[in-house]
Design a protein. Sequence first.
Length: 249
Amino acid sequence: MGFDTRAESDRGQVGIGTLVVFIAMVLVAAIAAGVLLETAGTLQNRAEQTGREATDQVLNRLTVVSSYGHVTDDVKNSAPKSSGDIMPNESVDTVELTVKLSPGSGPVNLSRATISWVGPENSTTLVHGKVASYAPGVVDRGEPGTFGVGGGGGGSQTDDQSHAHEVFNTHALDGGDGTVLTEQDDQIEIRVNAGLVEAGTRDPLTPPYSEPLPSGSEVTLRITTASGASTLHRLAVPVSLTEKSSVSL
């Protein structure tokens, strides 16, 4: 009696084929699982990054502690206007804000911030100046709202003079870093030459000269940090500026 060797051979080939197919399926499944895990990891990283950015946009904000304006000196401006006396009487030529970190905020570098300025005569976006401020009446006394007697000086005569209509400058009240707020009790002064910003020109001796803020006017500011978080603040110039050297805005 003979054996059907062909049938056994066929069954062996079928078994090997099935094993090969099974191994191939396992490999495909493993590769697919690896791709899924990699994709899931990428999506998770992106979600975490988006979450951090969203958190920064909410938390890394500033709080405006106070805002003051320097009033043009009436004595200096009583004579007819000349090349050395172009400021309108009883108006605000310099704006000074004191800011600190909002509760829960991380460190904020003001040198990377911008300020949107919407005033009665001009709308623009200001960037941080690289050197000391050029703004009328400014003196570094470390006290908000303290300006030079009788209008003080013109601020520091520096490279920022040619960009005073495009920049804001900062000064640390505690003698620390003048640009970076790190702790909750840190405070920095922001100074803006309002007259030149409103005029939209760097040259206070050429028409339209300087356009300081008149009594009763308003300015809307939006301070945006590098993370995209913004703080809205409105300045309101008092109706009466008579016999005032500085006013709260």
